[in-house]
Design a protein around this ligand. Structure first.
Ligand code: UGA
Length: 434
């Protein structure tokens, strides 16, 4: 075994980080205060859908490198590193709620006395968080060193992203902590940036804000395309081919959702305000993102001549493909707005149905895309799951009451749709009429 590591918090970040660090040969204990979750993990059941994570967890459990516990104190006493991976959900004013980070830090500080421990902030926190974390530690024996090591994992490909990172950021003022973290990540053979703690904290918020900005920019350009007849896919291919810009995260659609971009943008806006810096640029990013969903609903309503009493088949509910995560999913706002206007919804998603049902019980959930189309006045694609690219569109057309497809994710190419005899309306591209 290389190091004893405790990963605290078993959400997406903690469960992936724990399993991957174990796979790199470390002895890892994943800790959570939710006893039910820990009991499930102990039986080899991963309570979230994340490709590859369950196999990785089971294998490392079987090989004795990965265990689960509800007890921080007992596990940090003889560990070399503790990764804080707890949630930082938004408060009403947009600032992140750091109470879980704080209580974990207090527990670590009092339980690790006499043990030289590196505490790693992996949870996304605002710049300067390390300052008060250090204050918490200061009252104890001074053997705890703090580092920031932000994560850049995308849900749906988190295991792959952990093992093949674009970069690893190690922010710390402590030579001991940076040496240890560099050693932990050595097997990944990745570009590693060693910075001060504040810069590392800021890299995370600045990265997510920038990616959100790229998406909103693409959605803004899509609006111009719709007014002028240009094609946003072609425009973004041309724009993104410039290496200084890059093609990724320029896909126009329904905007970003999930538990990272919306909350991190809010948190970064709150940071700018706190320091008296104009946050207008990022507020506009948010406004464009929010209105993108509304525009889609308006487009559907207008095109169908109102949705009152109409049946709408929804394909895709998760905030993005390859996850069952419904947090801040565009589908929630879109379905609620359509229901408010009197539509009846029948929906299909390959993985997110259970989570969606808990949030929207008044939707009829079905087991196939074809069942979602059956007898409906249109279908609307809200998540670009891979299986939707290969649908038998003739069968979808036959199942529909009228051949209308709204595509919020530009899944199909226009040539394919032209000969099909359907009304096909996507984002930032010309409409196809039957
Ligand atoms: C994001 C970042 O990509 C990760 O680097 C980061 O670690 C993570 O947040 C986090 O802070 O924990 P994630 O939210 O899992 O990861 O998903 P993304 O793949 O980034 O997608 C976010 C949203 O943007 C999705 O709703 C997606 O549909 C949307 N999106 C993405 C677009 O609308 N257009 C694009 O071109 C790309």
């Amino acid at each position: 075994m290389r190091f004893k590591i405790v990963a605290i918090g078993t959400g997406y970040v903690g469960s992936v980080t724990g399993a991957c660090l174990a796979d790199l040969g470390n002895e890892v204990v994943c800790v959570d205060n939710n006893a039910d979750k820990i009991a499930a993990f102990k039986e080899g059941k991963v309570p979230i859908y994340e490709p590859g994570l369950e196999e990785l967890t089971r294998r490392n459990q079987l090989e004795g490198r990965l265990t689960f516990s509800t007890d921080i104190a007992e596990n940090v006493r003889d560990a070399q590193l503790a990764f804080i991976c707890v949630g930082t959900p938004p408060k009403d004013d947009g600032e992140p709620d750091l109470s879980a980070v704080e209580s974990v830090m207090r527990e670590i500080a009092k339980s690790s006395i006499g043990n030289k421990l590196v505490v790693v902030e992996k949870s996304t926190v605002p710049v300067q968080t390390n300052v008060w974390l250090n204050d918490i530690v200061a009252g104890h024996d001074g053997l705890v060193e703090i580092a920031s090591n932000p994560e850049f994992l995308r849900e749906g490909s988190a295991v792959h992203d952990f093992m093949h990172p674009d970069r690893i950021v190690v922010g710390t003022e402590s030579g001991y902590a940076s040496a240890l973290l560099l050693e932990v990540y050595k097997p990944l053979n990745a570009l590693t940036l060693v910075t001060d703690v504040k810069s590392a904290e800021l890299i995370k918020h600045a990265s997510n804000a920038f990616l959100s900005m790229k998406i909103s920019f693409a959605n803004l350009v899509a609006r111009v395309c719709e007014k002028t007849g240009a094609d946003v896919e072609m425009v973004m291919a041309g724009v993104g081919a410039d290496k200084r810009i890059g093609r990724e995260f320029l896909n126009a659609g329904l905007g970003y959702g999930g538990f990272c971009f919306p909350k991190d943008l809010e948190a970064f806006i709150a940071t700018l305000r706190k320091y008296g810096i104009d946050s207008g640029l990022l507020e506009q990013v948010r406004t464009i993102n929010d209105s993108q969903r509304q525009r889609f609903v308006d487009k559907m309503t207008q095109s169908l001549g109102g949705v009152e009493g109409k049946v709408i088949g929804i394909l895709g509910l998760a905030f993005k493909p390859n996850t069952d995560d419904m947090r801040y999913a565009p589908s929630i706002d879109i379905i609620k707005a359509l229901q408010q206007r009197g539509a009846m919804i029948q929906a299909y998603d390959p993985k997110a149905t259970a989570n969606a049902r808990a949030l929207m019980p008044d939707v009829r959930y079905v087991d196939t895309p074809y069942a979602a189309a059956k007898g409906a006045d249109c279908i609307a694609i809200l998540t670009e799951w891979g299986e939707f690219s290969n649908l038998d569109l003739a069968r979808i057309k036959e199942a529909l009451k009228q051949p209308v497809i709204f595509d919020g994710r530009n899944v199909y190419n226009l040539e394919r749709m032209s000969g099909l005899g359907v009304h096909y309306s996507s984002v930032g591209r010309r409409e196809i009429k039957p």
